[in-house]
Ligand binder design. Structure first.
Ligand SMILES: [Zn+2]
Length: 321
């Protein structure tokens, strides 16, 4: 009997020791995980295809932590059926020689003829990420709706949300690094300097080219000291696509979520556009927009709208050209 007790104690002791050493190992692994390989998807994160249209892989590149090209190790898994309309997900997976694995996804929407001809709502959120962005992303995920985020350098602690926006299949667009009108609109150079800063930041987080932008205040802003047409020419030559909006939520004012909803719905009805780009904001503490969001999506779905994120193929909505 004594022997059994002693033996049990020894076994328990060994178990405890091994659990501790396992968790130690986990920690070490976790550190190596910071050097996970990078998969850089070429082309759009979300692709729309007509029913029956072939999917052509736009390409990808993978690198290990030393920058060595490991693209040939990438495996792609998909359950795509181009003859059945719906939302599909392609998974790209790569491991480096230390066994660190990175997985990323691309979203393919197969649209029927009816879907293609529907009016479309493009939800756009400016001035984030912030403490409300995660809630917005959760609602979008639950509703299976893709949107567009025009980001600024609000607070580095929310950088992971830029990654989530991208991973969830939304478009990450550039808005501004500082969002300070008096400095960015001082000259063309100061605008480009600010734009490059946010571009570098975002591209370091999501490892893909970002060239969809929204001017702070829109292209028709009256704050700029620069001739906006000159600036537009400059940035268009640099390969950027800028998007304004044609539906306003007025969520920068102190209004209720109910009023935001009503403003949007009444404009959708009044204008009856095919392309509806809605201006909203995910700046710090903007809970009223979060609160209005689900009902706006519900209204769109019930009234036969598609929802989409902005890509360079989206019809332009611009205040000035
Ligand atoms: Zn803004």
């Amino acid at each position: 009997m004594k022997k059994i007790i002693v033996l049990s104690i020894i076994i328990i002791f060994i178990l405890i020791i091994s659990i501790f050493s396992l968790s130690e190992k986990e920690n070490i692994n976790y550190n190596i995980d910071n050097d996970k390989p990078i998969i850089n998807l070429i082309g759009d994160k979300t692709i729309k295809l007509k029913l029956g249209q072939n999917f052509i892989e736009p390409g990808y590149r993978a690198y290990d932590k030393n920058g060595i090209d490991i693209t040939k190790n990438v495996s792609v898994v998909n359950n795509l059926n181009i003859n059945k309309s719906g939302n599909y997900k392609l998974t790209y997976k790569v491991s480096d020689k230390d066994g660190n694995t990175t997985i990323t996804s691309r979203y393919i929407d197969i649209l029927s003829e009816v879907d293609m001809n529907k009016k479309t709502i493009y939800l756009t959120f400016d001035d984030g990420p912030s403490n409300v962005t995660n809630d917005i992303l959760n609602i979008l995920k639950e509703e299976n709706v893709k949107a567009t985020f025009f980001v600024i350098n609000h607070d580095s602690k929310y950088d992971y949300l830029i990654k989530r926006e991208f991973e969830d299949g939304h478009t990450v667009g550039l808005h501004s690094y500082t969002h300070k009108y008096n400095t960015i609109y001082k000259s063309i150079d100061s605008y480009i300097y600010d734009l490059n800063k946010i571009k570098n930041k975002v591209e370091n987080i999501i490892h893909t080219d970002v060239n969809i932008i929204r001017f702070p205040g829109g292209s028709s802003n009256t704050i700029s000291n620069i001739n906006m047409r000159k600036l537009i020419k400059e940035i268009t030559n640099d390969g950027y696509y800028y998007y304004d909006w044609n539906i306003s939520s007025f969520d920068t004012s102190h209004i209720s979520s109910k009023r935001i909803y009503n403003k949007i719905v009444s404009q959708l009805n009044r204008f009856n556009y095919t392309t509806n780009i809605i201006l909203m904001h995910d700046f710090q503490n903007n809970k009223k927009t979060v609160k209005a969001l689900r009902n706006i999506i519900k209204y769109g779905k019930e009234n036969n709208y598609n929802f989409s994120n902005i890509t360079k193929y989206t019809p332009f909505v611009r205040h000035i050209n």
